[in-house]
Ligand binder design. Structure first.
Ligand code: BGP
Length: 489
């Protein structure tokens, strides 16, 4: 249906991927082992059990480091974007992308994170990749850390719990800014920095089993998070210094939480969860910890070491824009224990009876995206960029090579409608990059069969297939949306 342009001129339409889910080539050209290379495909675990699917314990690390084949480690092969990126960028160009969100794998630049000098082959790969994007008029939006930290730092430094990792990350970030300053203007620091409590190994390299109890593990995660906040602020500082005119954003998961009813007890719980979700943008956008979190540390006698000067760094080096992922909304209830559960409520598990759910139990809520945009904009008055949104599905490859993903067209149409509504209600939205624009390996379940793309990749969960790329039905639809700047949905 065609209507007048409801998206701003120059809106960054595009798609998103991540190095550790797309590139493959996990151990060539000098790349070191990352936390993603430990992630195993676990067919015997319920795909709706998000946390269990993503959990990594000491035995998993041991097993991965000694594995004699890669079949059960899908992120090691991704979709071979490392070798096929020119072909894929041609498809993104055909779609009319103005931008592509992608990440740099830290371990291609500093294999173990500790090296004095960077790995030239890794630097050259991304220089070629960003150059190819620019040749195709596609603006790179580059994430510095997207669940890809060096495994060496986990095994030898307790991950981000160690303060030294801040300097290692900042050195990595500065090398990237210096090398790519003529190619990349838009940057993101840490992907979904709030997800440290959902999967601490992948985000901050914390192995929970190493700690004697839950509180000690929680303290370690908050310590690691503090170091990431400082590293993010320092990266922001150097990005502006090295690349004049650059813009750098934070990246969070928006976990919008509804109260189940007008019962004040439900409201209080939902408010608490929404305030907790805001912590991550409060620190990176407002430049300070909210008092409720500092009080929480004091009340629970959690000794989070903050160095002299950290407070000033956080205050001075705040981000230019807020980027976020949005897949679902949550429900909070004083009676949560008695409620039906779904996989797609990352906080309480409570199912929303008004919303449909995906094959992985993720609640589909386009109006929640409009509410999230307005909430974030009203709180921070900073430009917003939706950098992840999409539907993972068991797409079917028909005999004639077509993939009829009308459900994906419906999903995006309803979400684009709500983004347009939010913009008409005053929200400043810079762009939208769908997750993932091409089928890649799922972050949480390591499945190839959890497909998000407009482009189908012929590979299964164990790496069997031709890896040829096929346009799904949604490909032509999204191409038209971009061409009409969102006026023809
Ligand atoms: C986000 C990650 C992405 C992406 C997405 C979809 O948490 O930032 O890397 O994977 O979720 O999740 P999944 O791949 O687990 O379906």
């Amino acid at each position: 249906m065609k209507n007048q342009a409801r998206f701003p001129e120059g809106f960054f339409w595009g798609g998103a991927i991540a190095a550790s889910q797309a590139e493959g080539a996990w151990n060539i050209d000098g790349k070191g082992m990352s936390v993603a290379d430990v992630a195993m495909y676990k067919p015997d675990i319920d795909i709706k059990d998000y946390v269990k699917q993503w959990h990594v314990g000491p035995e998993d690390i041991e097993n991965a480091m000694n594995a004699d084949d890669d079949a059960m480690f899908p992120k090691r092969r991704g979709i071979d974007f490392y070798h096929k990126y020119k072909e894929d960028i041609a498809l993104f160009k055909e779609l009319g992308f103005r931008t592509l969100r992608l990440s740099i794998a830290w371990t291609r630049i500093f294999p173990n994170g500790i090296e004095e000098s960077p790995n030239e082959k890794g630097l050259q790969f991304y220089e070629d990749l960003f150059t190819e994007l620019r040749k195709n008029d596609i603006e790179p939006l580059v994430t510095l850390s997207h669940y890809e930290m060096p495994l060496y730092l986990v095994n030898n430094y307790d991950g981000w719990v160690s303060r030294e990792v801040v300097d290692m990350f900042v050195r990595y970030a500065r090398v990237c800014f210096e090398r790519y300053k003529g190619l990349v203007r838009y940057w993101l620091t840490f992907n979904e920095i709030d997800s440290v409590f959902r999967h601490p190994f992948t985000t901050v390299g914390v192995v929970e089993e190493k700690y004697s109890d839950k509180k000690e593990a929680e303290t370690a995660i908050y310590q690691a998070l503090h170091h990431q906040f400082v590293a993010s602020a320092l990266a922001t500082r150097y990005c502006h210094q090295v690349i004049p005119g650059s813009q750098i954003g934070c990246m969070v998961t928006k976990t919008l939480t509804y109260p189940e009813s007008c019962n004040p007890d439900d409201i209080i719980l939902a408010q608490r969860d929404n305030r907790n979700n805001n912590v991550y943008t409060d620190v990176q956008v407002l430049g300070e910890y909210p008092r409720h979190l500092l009080q929480y540390f004091r009340k629970n006698k959690m000794d989070i070491r903050m160095e002299e000067g950290d407070e000033a760094i956080l205050k001075q080096y705040t981000v230019d824009f807020i980027s976020f992922s949005y897949y679902m909304s949550m429900v909070q209830s004083i009676n949560a224990e008695q409620r039906e559960k779904v996989g797609g409520n990352l906080i309480t598990g409570v199912k929303n009876p008004y919303l449909p759910i995906s094959d992985w139990g993720w609640q589909v809520d386009p109006k929640g995206l409009r509410v999230s945009l307005i909430d974030l904009y009203d709180r921070y008055r900073k430009p917003l960029w939706i950098v992840e949104n999409g539907i993972g599905s068991f797409d079917k490859l028909e005999e004639d090579g077509t993939i009829i993903d009308d459900y994906r067209i419906d999903y995006f149409r309803s979400h684009f409608e709500e983004i347009a509504n939010a913009i008409e209600e005053g929200v400043e939205c810079m762009g939208y990059t769908s997750w993932a624009c091409i089928d890649i390996v799922s972050a949480s379940t390591s499945q190839m069969s959890k497909r998000y793309g407009f482009i189908y990749v012929d590979a299964d969960d164990l790496g069997n297939g031709t890896y040829r790329r096929l346009r799904k039905k949604s490909f032509e639809w999204y191409k038209k949306v971009i061409k009409t700047n969102g006026s023809d949905l």
